[in-house]
Design a protein around this ligand. Structure first.
Ligand code: APR
Length: 186
């Protein structure tokens, strides 16, 4: 499913493994310590190889932890991309602790990094919706709205954003959120 925006820009939903799809930059759902983990973080480090963690060790040495809502950039090792943006999503508590703004901030940070680095094609997983417990429908609306808002701006270098979703249930929830968003944008 996809949403076509002005000047040939598009936001697409795909079912699959984010480590297998060729883009310019892959977004990872990391933690503040940048130390790797399970879920998509584990998959990205396994597929990318040890150079990712070596670069993150260096970043941690120089700058310390990566705060929630921000992201650290590494090269992509063996992954089919140039960069990985290791973004830190919020740990969901009750939705009243600033989680929506933090999640929005996370997507905005990655889009800004993409613009800075000349990325045309960017892929996201569903940040914070696994181990970090963010309710899927709410996270999907925030993610899609934030990305669509960015792509609708006139002068973005980013042309295509893929949401690569791991299972059918997650894809279905994003598809619903995307239809709602498309309705609002009409
Ligand atoms: N491709 C795409 N999506 C994937 C993949 C994959 N290969 N593997 C898992 N996912 C999906 C999960 O099914 C979930 O929908 O990514 C989404 C995000 O889940 P998590 O990876 O658990 O990320 P998050 O909720 O942000 O939690 C981050 O988990 O792995 C640790 O180090 C990470 O501590 C951090 C925390």
């Amino acid at each position: 499913m996809e949403l076509n925006l002005s000047s040939g820009k598009a936001l697409r939903l795909l079912l699959g493994d984010i480590t297998k799809i060729r883009v310019d930059a892959i977004v990872n759902a990391a933690n503040s310590q940048l130390q790797g983990g399970g879920g998509v973080d584990g998959a990205i480090h396994r597929a990318g190889g040890p150079s990712l963690m070596r670069e993150l060790d260096q970043i941690r040495k120089e700058s310390g932890d990566c705060p929630t809502g921000s992201a650290a950039v590494t090269t992509a090792g063996a992954l089919p991309a140039q960069f990985v943006f290791h973004a830190v999503g919020p740990i969901y508590q009750d939705g009243q602790q600033g989680e929506p703004d933090q999640l929005r901030g996370c997507y905005r940070t990655c889009l800004a990094l993409a613009e800075e680095r000349g990325v045309r094609m960017l892929s996201f997983p569903a940040i914070s919706t696994g181990a970090y417990g963010y309710p899927l429908a709410e996270a999907a609306s925030i993610a899609l709205e934030t990305v669509a808002q960015h792509l609708r701006a006139a002068d973005t270098g980013v042309r295509e954003v893929l949401f690569v979703l791991w299972d059918q249930g997650t894809l279905d929830i994003h598809a619903k959120a995307l239809s709602r968003l498309a309705g609002k944008l009409e």
